[in-house]
Write a protein that binds this ligand. Structure first.
Ligand code: ADP
Length: 285
């Protein structure tokens, strides 16, 4: 799974990224963390970034693009990754597109965590208080003044990425004002719906999964073709017949919507649920 998490400071990107990392065994790439490590280690990049970060401005594009490019070449990337804090500008997004193309890596989705701006200051203040209580070092840019600069930068430089990825049919928006648990559940639900994660019980429900995957694959270029494949799908999955065709139909319907908006792919009842039913049926036998 290859994802980008998008959202203003305090939206919960770091929290959700950690949960996704644990659940899906992928790697989190946080440019903020990497830069803070570089500052602490006083590397040439760190020395360059230190004052910029402290003031709440953005580090030059070339620096972060270089960091990410090197990181994507590491062997631990093969299971997938979550980019947190990158890209943060349109030129960074364009550079990432180029990098991924060159490295033959496909991005599954960009998950935008949408939050009310009025809640952000409170959230960051809570984070600071909790870190202090744990005796951890507090980020030097987590003050109300610097935060308002970071927010202003987000609005002008990063928010245009919402349009950028929406145009490219990659954007999925999640309400980041729900509880942490709810946001996690919602992210996982939409990721299953677009086929970015293996549905639960994937092993036992292999035929259904195969049918869905086949339908999705064929469905990508054209909706009509997709529907045809979906109808054929049960043949490929004689055992979990009903559930398999349900999954295939969902996948085809989902892929059909690709032309209008990625969000349309996210049907309420996901393929994950359908294949779970197959798993349950099997267990009974
Ligand atoms: P937040 O999302 O809470 O603002 P981060 O930890 O992602 O915090 O980033 C902290 C700081 O690191 C930013 O304010 C910026 O100075 C720098 N930074 C992180 N990622 C990037 C990036 N992609 N481009 C430019 N600067 C970055």
């Amino acid at each position: 799974m290859r994802l980008i998490l998008l959202g203003p400071p305090g939206a919960g990107k770091g929290t959700q990224a950690q949960r996704l990392v644990q659940k899906h065994r992928i790697v989190q790439l946080s440019t903020g963390e990497m830069l803070r490590a570089a500052v602490a280690a006083q590397t040439p990049v760190g020395l360059q970034a230190k004052d910029i970060m402290a003031s709440g401005s953005l580090v030059p594009d070339e620096i972060v693009i270089g960091i990410i490019s090197d990181r994507l070449d590491q062997p631990d990337m093969k299971n997938g990754f979550i980019l947190d804090g990158f890209p943060r500008t349109v030129p960074q997004a364009a550079a990432l597109d180029e990098l991924l193309k060159k490295k033959h890596i496909k991005l599954d989705a960009v998950v935008e965590l949408r939050v009310n701006e009025s809640a952000l200051l409170d959230r960051v203040e809570t984070r600071v208080a909790e870190m202090r209580a744990r005796g951890e070092e507090v980020r030097i840019d987590d003050t109300p003044e610097v935060l308002s600069k970071r927010l202003a930068n987000y609005r002008t430089l990063t928010e245009p990425l919402i349009h950028y990825y929406s145009e490219r049919r990659k954007l999925l928006t999640v309400d980041g004002m729900m509880t942490i648990e709810h946001v996690t559940r919602e992210i996982n639900r939409i990721l299953s719906a677009i086929g970015a994660v293996e549905p639960k019980g994937a092993k036992a429900a292999a035929p259904a999964k195969k049918a869905a995957a086949a339908a999705r694959k064929t469905a990508k270029p054209a909706g009509k073709k997709a529907a045809k494949t979906a109808k054929k799908a049960p043949k490929a999955a004689p055992k979990g017949k009903k559930a398999a065709s349900r999954v295939a139909r969902k996948a085809a319907a989902a892929a059909k919507g690709r032309g209008t908006a990625m969000a349309k792919k996210v049907a309420k009842k996901t393929p994950a649920k359908a294949s779970k039913k197959v798993t349950k049926k099997r267990a009974k036998r």
